[in-house]
Design a protein around this ligand. Sequence first.
Ligand code: FAD
Ligand code: NAD
Length: 461
Amino acid sequence: MNILQCKLLVIGAGPGGYVCAIRAGRMGVDTVIVDAGPLGGTCLNVGCIPSKALIHAAEQFHTAQRFTGDTPLGIRLPTGPTIDLAKTVEWKNGNVGKLNSGVGALLKGAGVKVLFGQAAFRDGKTVEVATPDGLQQVEAETIVIATGSRPVDLPSLPFGGNVISSTEALALTDVPKRLSVVGGGYIGLELGTAFAKLGSKVTVVEAGPRILPQYDAELTAPVAKRLEALGAEVLTDALARDMVTRSKLRISGDGADHDIPSDKVLVTVGRAPQLTGLKLDELSLAMDGPFIRIDDQCRTSMRGVFAIGDVTGEPMLAHRAMAQGEMVAGIVAGETLQWDSTCIPAVCFTDPEIVTAGFGPQDVDEAAVTVSRFPFLANGKALTAEAQDGFVRVLARKDNQQIIGIQAVGHGVSELSAAFSMAIEMQARLQDLAATIYAHPTQSEALQEAALKGLGRAIHI
Ligand code: FAD
Ligand code: NAD
């Protein structure tokens, strides 16, 4: 068997792993990265990027369709659009391919050796990789586990046939006439909304009392309203049971069973750490439930073994994985670093979009915190973009006006997320946000107005 020695071995080339390897390589650390699949991991191949491509295509299709009716904009198309989903998927795959090669070029430029194949631990310093050319043994001073996550199914509703995960949903070449979505969380609603815009009759089956239960009801209400306008049916307090026939999903809710005709059933009830085949039991690492336990430097319970990204649990977000990867690379290169980010922003790319950063009203004692909201209804740019639904909400401490949370729901608010997290990370106060000059007309003015409102002096409301 071939033996390769290196200072750092990164297992998994998703956003956590590849960022770690590129940074380490650039800092002069002799680095090897291994992946069983294509570079870029879940995020680039079957997650963030393809889902946003589909969401974009669906939005374009829906807009064109809207113009076949009467619109206040005065635009009228003589006939409705058609969609060749196979072509859309080809376009999406083209984008993914470009980014795959980009990651490969960056790794090469950083002097990182890339191995393709399934990795399995022999011990805390040795890993075997089953490459297409045979077994390759890698001996490393430090190992980073960045193996990510995989979709979970339900025991009574296993993946297969018409029951699909997000991976298959992103590769469909025909729009399903009737799509049932089990789980009204991030993935279910992002993809469910896209397919509703593409013409599927969508039914969302959510176990909780409302969609996106991780967000507060005020933030999710505009999303629920939009789903209804798109003709999607949302069933809450409902549990998916099984397929009674190939195209009939049985659910229980309202104290009874119901059957939902479904050409495809998309199951999006969360994700589990990807540890299959890794032989992690060789290391006996301390775990947090199914996830690998880490400290504030992403160290596991074994010296010289780090873990980053989805394999370490929630929040399972690409930018968290990347930030962890960058930090670990620095530690391996000899820097003294630890995780001290105050907030990890989260964006749900529904229609409208939701952004959260820092604490929300449900996390704080409202007696000690000022919560101020500014509606997009009173924002000129939002009005001209037909984006009046939604608001920006700012939470600040009453004693010193320090911003501790900012959230928004509205069209295109994902692009405000940088300002939100920057304000919190830089310990800005309401006065800082209020005194900043915001370009007009932009939706970001709603952030200033929400801060001004917190100070009791909003102008446009
Ligand atoms: P992953 O990206 O999962 O990468 C892990 C890599 O490890 C994979 O390439 C895998 O092949 C490899 N691997 C696993 N085991 C082995 C082994 N034994 N040997 C060799 N290689 C192995 N997050 C966001 O922040 N924004 C979004 O908009 C967003 N949208 C999403 C949409 C969907 C449909 C999905 C499914 C996820 C989305 N996410 C989003 C979540 C995001 O994709 C993950 O948080 C992110 O990919 C985690 O990165 P990671 O590096 O930890 O792992
Ligand atoms: P999720 O945790 O967001 O949502 C799962 C939903 O399924 C929950 O609302 C839950 O109540 C519901 N559920 C669970 N069991 C059920 C059952 N038996 N019947 C009906 N409903 C049931 O999980 P997800 O949507 O699969 O996403 C997984 C992870 O991927 C998320 O944690 C997120 O971090 C990440 N992600 C992020 C983005 C983004 O950042 N925009 C997008 C997609 C995915």
